[in-house]
Design a protein around this ligand. Structure first.
Ligand SMILES: CC(C)(COP(=O)(O)OP(=O)(O)OC[C@H]1O[C@@H](n2cnc3c(N)ncnc32)[C@H](O)[C@@H]1OP(=O)(O)O)[C@@H](O)C(=O)NCCC(=O)NCCS
Length: 182
C-alpha cells in the first residue's frame, strides 16, 4: 500500500516516538542496544498533526534482534538467525498495511546484511498476528513452542518480566523461495 515511511531510528527521534508510541524506557533501551550493534530499531512514520504542528507521527515499530537469542532453543536450532521483535502499529492505524510494510522493510534490511532467513515468536493466543505472518510466508518451525520472557517497561523505569509461550515462525529470504521481495 505504501502508506508509511520506514526509517531506522536515531536518538533524536525518541521524543516523537514516545509521543505516539509511549514506552520511553523501552525505546531508550533499544536505541542504546542499537548503538552497541545488538539490533536495529525501525520506525514507521506518517504525516500528521502533532502538538508542535504538522510533522511526522510515529505509527509503528519493530526491533530487529541481531544478537544471539536469549532462548536456548532458538540458539540451538536457528543459530545466528535474526529475530523480529516487538512489532506494533498504533491502535488507530491497524489494518492499513503498515505492519506488513514494517515486516518487509526489516526483511530487506536483513537481506542486505546477508541473512537468508528470519524468525519471530508470536503468542499462542495472538491468532490475528499469526494469520498475518502466515500470509507473508512465515511457517511454524517443527521444534515445538518456546517459553519466552517479555520485558514490560513501566513509566518510572520499573521492568516487569512476563512469561509468554510462543510459536516460532520462520521465513526463508532466498529469492527462489519468494522473498524478501513483495
Ligand atoms: C500485528 C500488527 C503489528 C499488524 O499491523 P497492521 O498494520 O495492523 O497489519 P497489516 O495492516 O499489514 O495487516 C493486517 C493483518 O494484521 C493482523 N491484525 C490486525 N489487527 C490485529 C491486532 N489487533 N492484533 C494482532 N494482529 C492483527 C491481521 O492478520 C490482519 O489481517 P486480516 O485480519 O485481514 O487477516 C498490529 O495489528 C498490532 O500492533 N497488533 C498489536 C500488537 C501485536 O499483536 N504485535 C504482534 C506481536 S507478535
Amino acid at each position: 500500500m505504501g502508506t508509511a515511511d520506514i526509517r531506522q531510528a536515531t536518538g533524536g527521534d525518541l521524543p516523537a516516538m514516545v509521543r505516539s508510541l509511549g514506552q520511553e524506557e523501552y525505546f531508550s533501551d533499544r536505541l542504546a542496544l542499537q548503538d552497541s550493534g545488538h539490533g536495529l530499531l525501525l520506525v514507521a512514520w506518517q504525516e500528521g498533526v502533532t502538538d508542535g504542528g504538522a510533522g511526522d507521527v510515529a505509527v509503528g515499530d519493530v526491533y530487529v534482534w541481531l544478537a544471539a537469542a536469549e532462548e536456548a532453543e532458538l540458539r540451538a536450532h536457528l543459530p545466528h538467525v535474526a529475530l523480529l521483535t516487538h512489532l506494533e502499529v498504533v491502535a488507530g492505524r491497524r489494518n492499513e498495511g503498515i505492519g506488513t510494510e514494517l515486516l518487509r522493510a526489516a526483511e530487506h534490511r536483513l537481506w542486505d546484511l546477508g541473512h537468508k532467513q528470519v524468525a519471530l515468536g508470536v503468542g499462542l493466543d495472538n491468532r490475528d498476528a499469526q494469520r498475518l505472518y502466515a500470509r507473508l510466508g512465515y511457517t511454524e518451525w517443527p521444534h515445538g513452542q518456546v517459553a519466552t520472557t517479555e520485558v514490560v517497561y513501566h513509566p518510572g523505569g520499573e521492568r516487569e518480566l512476563r512469561p509468554e509461550i510462543c510459536r516460532i515462525m520462520v521465513r526463508q529470504l532466498d529469492p527462489e523461495r519468494g522473498g524478501p521481495w513483495r
